[in-house]
Design a protein around this ligand. Sequence first.
Ligand SMILES: NC(=O)c1ccc[n+]([C@@H]2O[C@H](COP(=O)([O-])OP(=O)(O)OC[C@H]3O[C@@H](n4cnc5c(N)ncnc54)[C@H](OP(=O)(O)O)[C@@H]3O)[C@@H](O)[C@H]2O)c1
Length: 247
Amino acid sequence: MAIALVTGASRGIGRATALLLAQEGYTVAVNYHHNMRAATEVVEAIQAAGGKAFSLRADISDESQVVAMFEAIDREAEPLTALVNNAGILFEQSTVENLTAERINRVLATNVTGYFLCCREAVKRMSVKRGGAGGAIVNVSSAAARLGSPGEYVDYAASKGAVDTLTTGLSLEVAAQGIRVNGIRPGFIYTDMHASGGEPGRVDRVKSLLPMQRGGQPEEVAQAIVWLLSDKASYVTGSFLELAGGK
Ligand SMILES: NC(=O)c1ccc[n+]([C@@H]2O[C@H](COP(=O)([O-])OP(=O)(O)OC[C@H]3O[C@@H](n4cnc5c(N)ncnc54)[C@H](OP(=O)(O)O)[C@@H]3O)[C@@H](O)[C@H]2O)c1
């Protein structure tokens, strides 16, 4: 069929998305940064279920590593027709008055520059104007882009605001090139990301404040991503799906 690249697919939302895309028949390129063992486990789980996958190590904030990752995909037999820009980072909860330039720049380098670089390389390969077969991109943003994450990580929230603007602008730029670009904004999803912010139990702390009274599961987010990539969403571009339990 075709290849779908999922960045940050070694765990959490990326992992759930990789597993579901494989069920849909994609060959999944499982990108990871540090955790080779977890990425290998995702590839093995896909293969055990009869699907196709391979892992690719690359730090998406590093331009040369992103280019090398896409060149590795070029060496595969199938074309790349789907990109899920999912890899994202945040750091310990903090107010803006305590943020350093070093931290802000690290967040932006991965969450913004990394998304731009992967979009750039994907467009070069998918664009029908360049002889590609077309394709679809889903950028994983966050409800934080709307809510701002006060007292927690405004730097992260701002990076997701930039992801939303990238999604809007790129969707218009490549709409006539056979490429759809959409975004999703998850809310409070049960993954290990909250431990990176210093509060592993964050979803359970806030869940009673959510209209649906519960956090979300990575598999629920994956369903939305896979739908946006599919032909069922063939007339959808520049759109955003909220996955935040009503918040
Ligand atoms: N969880 C939530 O509540 C929530 C809510 C809204 C939005 N989101 C967004 O959803 C996406 C996935 O979140 P998650 O909760 O599943 O995160 P997670 O469990 O922390 O997983 C993050 C993934 O990103 C990878 N990664 C981090 N930096 C990378 C880099 N520089 N290059 C390549 N890969 C990198 C990690 O790889 P290694 O482990 O191999 O290093 C890991 O696979 C993120 O964009 C996040 O902002 C999450």
